[in-house]
Design a protein around this ligand. Structure first.
Ligand code: KIV
Length: 263
């Protein structure tokens, strides 16, 4: 088994798994120094492409961004989301997952659960493609952003779904917007690690969309902690540049030399 995946599995009940999303090399390079897992999430549909949901993101889109991210990653586990419609049956899933792995050299793919596609996971794992599952709020299959697992019936359903994903061979599962109590039950019931987003501290690890936590996306639900306001920093720099150009303060003689400064 891939050494980086073994490292993630070994973190269960020992130390928290730290994950963030990346869509490009420059961000990936920064994350690689700190994160255990870097996910090329299909959230890029909303965050980068300004689409209303993730449903129309293409395989080409995710492959192109993942190939860029790959160039920034040396240590972290690289996971790539399979876009909606690219894993509707075993044959298609296998073909597309193999293409993603071939073109991006990622370590694993992530697929969202619709509580039916366990055989797809099994097939990919059988073909030696590691799979990360995803349950709770699964944007490819649900339109409304809801808290998941907030009734006895829903807890049983989610618990069962998580166990079937584990049984199918996934090496970890993202829990999105699941109540703390249910996240705790799922995490304690599984041997594989859970990675939460909006699902409390009770998961084995955490993931956030990087653009959200950096204050770039404009999407800040309660579960997002804003660690920076990059939008303000960028605006300030852009404003200064435009003023300098208009006032003929840029470029100066210092900026004439050809070549790139490092860092
Ligand atoms: O697409 C994405 O970024 C994700 C994370 C939110 C887990 O699936």
């Amino acid at each position: 088994m891939n050494k980086r995946i073994i490292k993630i599995l070994n973190k269960k009940n020992k130390s928290k798994i730290v994950s963030l999303t990346a869509y490009s090399k420059n961000i990936a390079k920064i994350l690689d120094n700190y994160c255990d897992v870097v996910l090329v999430g299909d959230s890029m549909a909303n965050v980068l492409y300004g689409l209303k949901n993730t449903h129309k993101l293409s395989l080409e889109n995710i492959i192109q961004h993942s190939a860029s991210v790959r160039k920034g990653i040396k240590k972290a586990l690289l996971v790539v989301d399979m876009p909606k419609g690219t894993y509707v049956n075993k044959k298609q899933a296998k073909k597309n997952a193999a293409l993603i792995v071939k073109k991006t050299k990622c370590d694993a793919v992530k697929i969202e659960s619709n509580n039916k596609n366990f055989d797809i996971i099994k097939e990919l794992v059988r073909s030696k493609i590691p799979v990360m599952g995803h349950i709770g709020f699964t944007p490819q299959f649900k339109n409304k952003f809801n808290i998941e697992g907030n009734s006895k019936k829903k807890i049983i359903k989610l618990l069962n779904e998580a166990k079937l994903i584990e049984k199918a061979g996934a090496f970890s599962i993202v829990l999105e917007c699941i109540t703390p109590k249910t996240s705790d039950q799922i995490t304690k019931s599984l041997k594989i690690p859970t990675i939460g987003i909006g699902s409390s501290i009770n998961c084995d690890g955490q993931i956030l969309v990087t653009d959200d936590m950096l204050g770039l996306s404009g999407f800040y639900p309660k579960f997002v902690k804003k660690y920076a306001s990059l939008n303000r920093i960028i605006e300030k720099a852009v404003k200064k540049y435009t003023t300098d150009v208009r006032l003929k303060k840029f470029p100066t003689t210092k900026n004439f030399l050809y070549g790139r400064r490092s860092k």
